[in-house]
Write a new protein. Structure first.
Length: 375
């Protein structure tokens, strides 16, 4: 199992943006140095708590400060931009990274972003998203002047292109035919996962989902891969989980990782308010008749944050994997570094102690499986 990281990011709005942006850069640079395989960064325009307003711009600041880590958009909210802008910006960043880029895409879920971009009342937002990404891919596989017309977007340089000097052409990506595309899966039994897999895209299961909803994504992925005539490989499934690790101090881990004193409680206080208020309370409960009032930051932090000493977190990750099934990459979300020393140490322990033990246990399990013994 590989180890990556994912940041929304989410910080107290009272913190200075230049400080949190620098902190988020430092976290990814540290992840690169520690051998994390991937790092994803989200974006929102109208949220002071999630103050990366353009994930591609932020990732470009890391292009020459990182060496081995794959950098991913987590995600580009396609309806809030134009296909030509997305195609050109992704292609440029892919060249800057010389292929160390993964393209995460979504319809976007923050209603205030939808409103500010004028698409809050779009009747079929998914249709707008599909048209947008289809145009991005068409731009990359076509030659100027493009002549693409849709319900929501048009792309052409027919009237203004000057071929002999290169005017009117949009840059194509470094990776051919384009970077790997991933989608974040949020809905239980997500039909979007099946549709994405059928197109050759890969899923990321969000960190704020109950294990039962994470588990529901695998059959959808299998269904989509079957439609595409390709094997459903667990190695291609990315699963995020909020984690805080200490060396051997379970009391500290409980206070920082679960109590109202720590940054994880702040995270779920923000998230439950946004999602429950936005009609997504189903994500936090198995019994849909349960009152929304029962969904509290205290409860969700306890249920959804893996925290403890190294040994404890190893056991919790293995128990989580046993519940949801095999997957290829564990994404460690970067939460606010309320205490930078603790935040950095947790990342280090994950890479240097937790994951080697997790992988040793998985290897031992697979070696003892009937299939391995038969081979």
């Amino acid at each position: 199992m590989k180890l990556g990281t994912f940041m929304m990011p989410l910080h107290p709005p009272s913190r200075k943006p230049f400080e949190t942006l620098a902190e988020d850069r430092e976290a990814i640079i540290l992840a690169d140095q520690l051998g994390y395989s991937e790092a994803y960064v989200g974006e929102h325009v109208t949220d002071l708590a999630e103050n990366v307003t353009h994930c591609l711009m932020f990732l470009s600041s890391l292009a020459y400060s990182t060496k081995q880590i794959m950098l991913g958009s987590g995600t580009i909210n396609v309806p809030n931009s134009h296909p030509a802008a997305i195609a050109a910006q992704v292609a440029m960043l892919d060249h800057m990274l010389q292929g160390r880029f993964i393209m995460g895409i979504s319809p976007g879920g923050l209603k205030s972003d939808m409103e500010v971009f004028g698409n809050l009342d779009v009747e079929n937002r998914l249709e707008m998203f599909v048209e947008g990404i289809n145009m991005v891919l068409k731009i990359w596989e076509s030659e100027a002047p493009y002549k693409l017309k849709g319900k929501y977007f048009n792309v052409t340089t027919e009237r203004t292109m000057i071929p002999e000097i290169g005017q009117g052409f949009i840059l194509k990506p470094y990776q051919k035919p384009h970077p790997l595309i991933v989608v974040t899966a949020v809905a239980p039994f997500s039909k979007g996962v099946a549709s994405a897999a059928a197109r050759g895209w890969e899923p990321i299961s969000a960190n704020f989902l109950l294990p039962e909803w994470v588990k529901s994504h695998w059959p959808s992925y299998e269904e989509g891969c079957k439609q595409a005539g390709r094997p459903a490989d667990p190695a291609n499934w990315r699963v995020a989980r909020s984690i805080f690790v200490t060396e051997n101090d379970d009391k500290l881990a409980e206070r920082y990782g679960h109590s109202s004193e720590g940054p994880y409680h702040f995270y779920f206080k923000q998230l439950t308010k946004k999602l429950v208020g936005g009609g997504r309370s189903n994500l936090f409960k198995l019994d849909q008749s349960e009152p929304d009032e029962n969904i509290t930051p205290e409860r969700m932090t306890k249920e959804l944050v893996l925290t403890g000493s190294v040994d404890s977190v190893v056991d919790q990750i293995l128990a989580f994997r046993e519940k949801v099934g095999d997957f290829g990459t564990l994404l460690y979300p970067c939460h606010d570094w309320q205490d930078p020393v603790l935040g950095k140490k947790s990342m280090q322990l994950m890479a240097e102690q937790v994951m080697p033990r997790v992988n040793a246990a998985i290897a031992k399990e697979k070696k003892g499986s009937p299939v391995a013994q038969a081979a």
